[in-house]
Design a protein around this ligand. Sequence first.
Ligand code: HXC
Length: 258
Amino acid sequence: MAYETINVDVQDHVCLIKLHRPEALNALNAALVSELCTALEEADASDKVRCIVLTGSEKAFAAGADIKEMSEMSFTDVYTNNLFAQVNDRIVAIRKPIIAAVAGYALGGGCELAMLCDFVIAAETAKFGQPEINLGVVAGIGGTQRLTRFVGKSKSMDMNLTGRFMGAEEAERAGLVSRVVPAKKLIEEAMGAAHKIGEKSLLTAMAVKETVNRSYELPLSEGMLFERRVFHSMFATEDQKEGMAAFLEKREAQFRDK
Ligand code: HXC
C-alpha cells in the first residue's frame, strides 16, 4: 500500500515504519495517524512480519500532535470525534512487539507515541517532553498517565508542568528508555533487537507482550495470577517442547509458532 506520510519497509521479518512529514518534524496530523495505524495493523496481520520498528528522522521522532490542525478545533469537535482516542486504542491492540527508535524530538504526542510502543531505544540526541502546557492543554494520549508510570510522579509532574525536555541519558536513568546509542547506530541497534525478537517463537513473544502489559492494568496479585496462567498455558505449545528439547540437546531451537 502506498502511503504519503510514512515509509514502510519489510525486510527479514522486520517491518520498519518511518514517519515522514519532514516539513513539520513528523507532527501527527490526521493523515499520518491514520496511515500509521493502518500500517501497524497490516504488519500485525502479515505472515512476513515478526517484529515492528517505528522511527522518525534524525531531527525528530515526532514533534507532537499537529498544532496547526488542532488550533481552531472546538470542545465539541474534539469531544465528538474523540480526538486521539482511536490512535491509542488501535496501537494498544497491536499484538506483535513494537520497538520505538527515537532520535531528536519526541514531544507531546510524539513522546506518547514512543510510550505506546513496547520499548524505546534512544539516540543520544533524543529529547522527550510533554510541553502541552505551553499550548494551554494537558497531554491527551498518555503523557500524564503512562509517563507517570514510567518515570514516577515527580519527574512526570516536572515535565508536564514546566514543559522541559528530558535528554536521552536522563530518560534512560528514569526508565523511559531501555538503551541509549550513538545516533548513527540507532537503526542498526533497533533492527538488531527486532531481529533477535524475530528469532523467537512469535507465539511466545506475543504472550510476553500481553503478560507484561497486564502489569499496567492489574494489582500485583492479579498480575501474578495472569502470568502464571499464561506460563502454564505455554506448556500446551509445540514451541515449549522444542525450546526445552533444544536446550537439553545443546542446539538452536527451531520454533514453528505453534
Ligand atoms: C505542527 C509543527 C509542530 C507541531 C513543529 N512544527 N512542531 N507543526 N505541529 N507539533 C513545524 C513548525 O511549525 C515548522 O514549520 C517546522 O515544523 C520546523 O519547526 P521549527 O519550530 O522551525 O523547528 P525548531 O526551531 O528546530 O524547533 C523544534 C521544536 C519546535 C522545539 C520541536 O518545533 C516545537 O516546539 N514544536 C512544538 C512542540 C510541541 O508543542 N508539541 C506538542 C504538541 S501538542 P514552518 O512551516 O514554520 O517551517 C500535542 C498534544 C498531544 O502533542 C495530545 C493530543 C490530545
